[in-house]
Design a protein around this ligand. Structure first.
Ligand SMILES: [Zn+2]
Length: 155
């Protein structure tokens, strides 16, 4: 009587793209992803990179860690101040890739472990206060330009 169940319903799951397996947990689907970080230290700076084949959850964990750190550590130098927004933008594009990936599914056989917990979104982490740094600097520049313009026309 099992013939009453059509095969497409008795199949365990929709086909999972197993072209790649996450290098951290072994789940699929996974994709080659690169997330960057930046650390400015006045005169020196550090470019950080995390490149690997990750499933959606592990990739999200890497994105959030790298982006949160960069938000706090990125701004502290003349060049770093300009570089950091590009690093953040680069990560946002990588983050968009994750949206297209399905839930991580363990491999049918072999070793695997639970994916990294993605944790809280970047905007819910205390490190989001790092965004205040460029806003404050840009605000000060605008204030300086406006006040000098006002004093030159008023004088
Ligand atoms: Zn994973």
């Amino acid at each position: 009587m099992t013939e009453l169940i059509p095969p497409y319903l008795s199949a365990p799951m929709a086909a999972v793209d197993r072209t790649h397996a996450c290098e951290n947990c072994g789940c699929s689907p996974a994709a080659q992803l690169t997330f960057r970080g930046h650390r400015g230290m006045v005169v020196v700076m550090q470019f950080l990179k995390n490149r690997g084949v990750y499933c959606r959850d592990c990739g999200l964990a890497v994105f959030r860690t790298m982006t949160s750190r960069t938000l706090v550590q990125g701004w502290w130098g003349y060049a770093s101040f300009v570089i950091t927004p590009f690093i953040l933008l680069y990560n946002v594009f990588g983050r968009l890739k994750l949206d297209k990936m399905g839930d991580p599914v363990p491999p049918p056989e072999g070793m695997w472990r639970a994916p990294w917990s993605p944790g809280r979104p970047v905007y819910l982490r205390p490190t989001i206060v790092g965004l205040a740094v460029p806003l404050a600097v840009v605000g000060l520049i605008i204030a300086a330009v406006v006040s000098s313009a006002l004093s030159s026309t008023g004088g």
